[in-house]
Design a protein around this ligand. Structure first.
Ligand SMILES: Nc1ncnc2c1ncn2[C@@H]1O[C@H](COP(=O)(O)OP(=O)(O)OP(=O)(O)O)[C@@H](O)[C@H]1O
Ligand SMILES: CC(=O)N[C@H]1[C@@H]2OC[C@@H](O2)[C@@H](O)[C@@H]1O[C@H](C)C(=O)O
Length: 367
């Protein structure tokens, strides 16, 4: 791929919430974002979710992993075949397990098979190269967040917060020349965000999540629970650092004795508290916190952040971005960087020893 050539890349993400696949097109040369294209979503059915859930925490070769991977590939093939005029695909796959301390991570889905099914080049396995060089393998969206900061014309430090199943924060100094430049980025997973609350809703109410924060709004945050939660060593650890979806499944125990509304309020407050704790690591106060991911649709969570932080907290829509598609767009952008041999992570985003480009390319990329 020629330097400076703008291509139309399609990114696809199947997130830790296991709700479905997001796909979105981005026009970019791998450095500058020229524009955003169409997007689409394919939810997983309840049966499909059960297959994925059964494979959570498992590694390649273990029971239930092969059917989960095939399901992920087929769901992507179905969704991505709807797009026309695509030069390159960035395929994240479905994280089933993530063990940064053990140096391994598992995203189900074979990009080579997907490339064959779609007849298009696919960049995939974005996290392994970073881990081989001592990195956490996550988060990887920060280089894209840096490009977004440039795209929106930011000229002072700002932060992006993704409230997915897990939360992740990227602090950015947009005055720096490139994302891998010293002092341009600091990134890490803040803690659990929606995943434990979703698990609580399923356990107590048979619902996938607390729509609009309605249940949490009826409850009270219980004294002492936040302190116990924040006692976890993870929150004191210096970034970079990353988490697996279920690293905090014990959180449910902290609210076991509470009624449904108080448990939901307390868990929502825990997600907010993890972010507030994380914000203290920012090298300089961000001018604003731009929130992406499904958690920005939860007004109770957003209000807790707004009250607890001393900078404006806004959904990314405030700057014209699409918070439902930012992660899919990130993998479109990262795919182009991989194709061009540019780095996708650096010491301050994943703890990797040196800036590195991660990703395998299947299929032939046009010039
Ligand atoms: N209207 C809403 N009210 C409350 N919460 C919501 C709403 N819409 C989405 N969410 C929350 O957002 C979650 C989905 O977020 P998102 O799609 O960003 O996660 P993900 O991409 O799967 O996760 P990750 O970023 O960790 O990979 C839902 O599971 C739910 O908890
Ligand atoms: C191992 C893995 O899949 N991690 C996800 C997860 O979901 C949110 C957070 O934890 C983040 O670290 C990452 O995803 C985003 C897309 C990232 O890599 O930036």
């Amino acid at each position: 791929m020629l330097k400076g050539q703008v291509v139309r890349a399609l990114g696809a993400m199947s997130g830790t919430s296991l709700d479905g696949v997001d796909a979105a097109a981005v026009e970019t040369d791998g450095v500058t974002i020229s524009g955003f294209g169409e997007s689409a979503y394919r939810p997983y059915s309840r049966d499909e979710q059960a297959v994925l859930r059964a494979a959570l925490g498992r590694w390649p070769g273990q029971d239930g992993v092969a059917p989960a991977a095939r399901l992920v590939e087929d769901a992507h093939a179905q969704l991505l075949s709807e797009f026309d005029g695509i030069d390159l695909i960035g395929f994240h796959g479905q994280t089933l397990a993530h063990d940064p301390a053990g140096g391994r991570t598992h995203q189900a889905g074979d990009g080579a098979r997907l490339a064959g099914l779609l007849g298009r080049p696919v960049v995939w396995d974005f996290r392994s190269a970073d881990m081989r060089l001592g990195g956490q393998g996550a988060p990887l969206a920060p280089f894209f967040h840096f490009a977004c900061a440039k795209f929106i014309g930011a000229d002072a430090p700002l932060a992006f917060l993704n409230l997915g199943g897990v939360g992740n924060l990227t602090w950015i100094d947009p005055a720096r020349p490139a994302p891998e430049a010293e002092g341009a980025l600091l990134a890490f997973d803040t803690g659990p965000a929606n995943a434990p609350l979703n698990d609580l809703m399923m356990e107590r109410r048979g619902l996938p999540f607390d729509e609009g924060g309605a249940l949490a709004a009826q409850g009270k945050v219980v004294d002492g629970a936040l302190e116990l939660f924040l006692d976890e060593g993870y929150f004191l650890k210096m970034p970079p650092k990353s988490l697996d979806r279920d690293d905090f499944s014990l959180m449910l125990d902290l609210v076991r004795e509470l009624d449904d509304a108080n448990a939901a309020a307390t868990m929502t407050a825990m997600a907010a508290a993890a972010v507030m704790q994380g914000m203290q690591f920012c090298p300089a106060p961000p001018e604003r916190l731009l929130v992406t991911g499904g958690g920005r649709h939860n007004p109770v969570l957003m209000e807790m952040l707004a009250v607890g932080l001393d900078c404006p907290v806004q959904p990314v829509e405030a700057v014209g971005l699409d918070g439902d598609m930012l992660e899919a767009q990130a993998f479109a952008y990262l795919a182009v960087r991989v194709a061009r041999g540019l780095p996708t992570s650096c010491p301050s985003t994943t703890g990797v020893r040196a800036a590195v480009g991660g990703g395998e390319i299947s299929g032939r990329i046009g010039s």
